[in-house]
Design a protein around this ligand. Structure first.
Ligand code: FAD
Length: 398
């Protein structure tokens, strides 16, 4: 770790790793500082990602793929099972990763490309001069080092503090923090090729419960419920335990993973003078699915590209860096976040009877492509009344 880089990246998750790799490929000097002592651990993720989304960044490798998914199953509140298969969609589905190794692979690649990496190195304060972010104070082994940079890329995840220290409002309303708990379970009866989503206010209020296979008899079994629905006796873990007792009574829990997922809208602005905010820190998780790995990598790459361009032109002002903010909002990813935010807001207000009705109505659909958008479009096609209920949003789904 040196005292000066073109770009300093706070956080060694997918956003930070891709940002660092892209930055060095663009000819910049870059360093990732990661506060944990190991990249990728502990895992706080169900580890699901779409095949095409992954391929945009990296070729799949059996060393960090736990399982390949060829289908998805949705279980309605009344127990009705709807199956979606890749044959039906005619497109590929996805993977369940092993993020301990996946995150490491991404950081290795950044390091191989020329980025510096420091673990157990925590950014503890920004260096700000005349209102411009000029680097960070980094604490490592009891020593504080001032690292000066042209641009800091904040990739410090859902619990991000860096941008807040730079004066940006990063507050997430309690109701839009999904309180999540996950067990890695083994010795359970599952379909090892399909993800399963359980919906309903009795199962996971304003959220969902998931079973993401990690092998023939093991899976990530987790739940996310709205923070506002959580309280004594009805916390995420209570719901999960109830489900596990009923569904996998003989299964064994080999890992317990608590965590939070923001399902709010992204930050109002994701740049400041000398600063770009990416991934979960920018609140770019898909508000409907809670998926954030792809969005983190997407914004990480874009952040480094724009940083390189602005550094090259000698202008890292907020105005210049706004190109990043505008680009991701205008992208397919940005539009999906906005659209899925509205759909999430609609769905969480529906009683179980309505959710049953919706899921029953699409039990025989034939998806052209395996995506949330095509599923929503099919739902609307067979439930034209939903167009009115969704109001202005419906137009964007046509
Ligand atoms: P992170 O992966 O969180 O990385 C941020 C890093 O920054 C961390 O390593 C942290 O230690 C480090 N850091 C923080 N502060 C500092 C500091 N001051 N100094 C130095 N380092 C710092 N997404 C999916 O796509 N699919 C899923 O199936 C899925 N399931 C999920 C299940 C759960 C229970 C949870 C909690 C999340 C899930 N997500 C899922 C979301 C996904 O995990 C995140 O969107 C993704 O990890 C975001 O990547 P990131 O790089 O932005 O942040």
């Amino acid at each position: 770790m040196k005292n000066k880089y073109d770009v300093l990246i706070v956080g060694g998750g997918p956003a930070g790793a891709i940002a660092a790799k892209t930055a060095v490929e663009k000819g910049l000097s870059a360093c990732i500082v990661e506060k944990r002592q190991a990249i990728g651990a502990p895992v706080r993720c169900a580890e699901g990602i779409g095949k095409e989304a992954l391929l945009e960044f990296i070729e799949p490798d059996p060393r960090w793929i736990s399982a390949e998914m060829t289908g998805a199953t949705i279980v309605a509140p009344d127990g009705f099972v709807m199956k979606l298969s890749s044959e039906m969609a005619g497109s590929k589905v996805g993977y369940v990763l092993d993020r301990k190794f996946f995150d490491r692979e991404l950081v290795w690649r950044a390091a191989e490309a020329g980025a510096d990496v420091a673990v157990k190195a925590r950014a503890c304060a920004p260096i700000i001069e005349n209102g411009v972010v000029k680097g960070a104070k980094v604490e490592s082994g009891g020593k504080i080092t001032n690292i000066r940079t042209h641009v800091v890329i904040a990739a410090d995840g859902v619990e991000s503090k860096f941008s807040k220290w730079c004066g940006i409002d990063t507050t997430v309303p309690v109701r839009e923090i999904m309180s999540s708990v996950q067990y890695v379970m083994t010795d359970i009866e599952i379909d090892p090729t399909s993800t399963v989503f359980y919906l309903g206010n009795e199962v996971a209020p304003e959220g969902y419960l998931w079973v993401f296979p990690k092998g023939k008899r093991s899976a990530n079994v987790g739940i996310g419920i709205s923070g506002k629905k959580s309280g004594d006796g009805h916390r995420a873990k209570d719901y999960l335990d109830k489900f596990v007792k009923k569904t996998f009574p003989h299964g064994k829990v080999i890992e317990f993973i608590p965590g939070g997922v923001s399902v709010c809208r992204p930050l109002a602005c994701t740049v400041a003078d000398g600063l770009i905010i990416t991934g979960d820190a920018a609140r770019v998780v898909d508000p409907l699915t809670g998926g954030g790995i792809y969005n983190a990598m997407y914004t990480g790459r874009l952040a480094a590209e724009i940083a390189a361009d602005c550094i090259g032109r000698g202008d890292v002002s907020k105005k210049a860096l706004m190109a990043y903010d505008k680009a991701w909002r205008a992208s397919k990813m940005g539009k999906a976040i906005e659209r899925n935010y509205h759909i999430k807001e609609y769905l969480i207000k529906q009683p179980d009877t309505k959710l049953n009705e919706i899921i029953h109505s699409v039990s025989n659909i034939n998806l052209k492509e395996f995506s949330t958008l095509t599923l929503i479009k099919e739902i609307i096609k067979v439930n034209p009344k939903l167009m009115l209920e969704l109001g202005a949003l419906a137009a964007s789904l046509r």
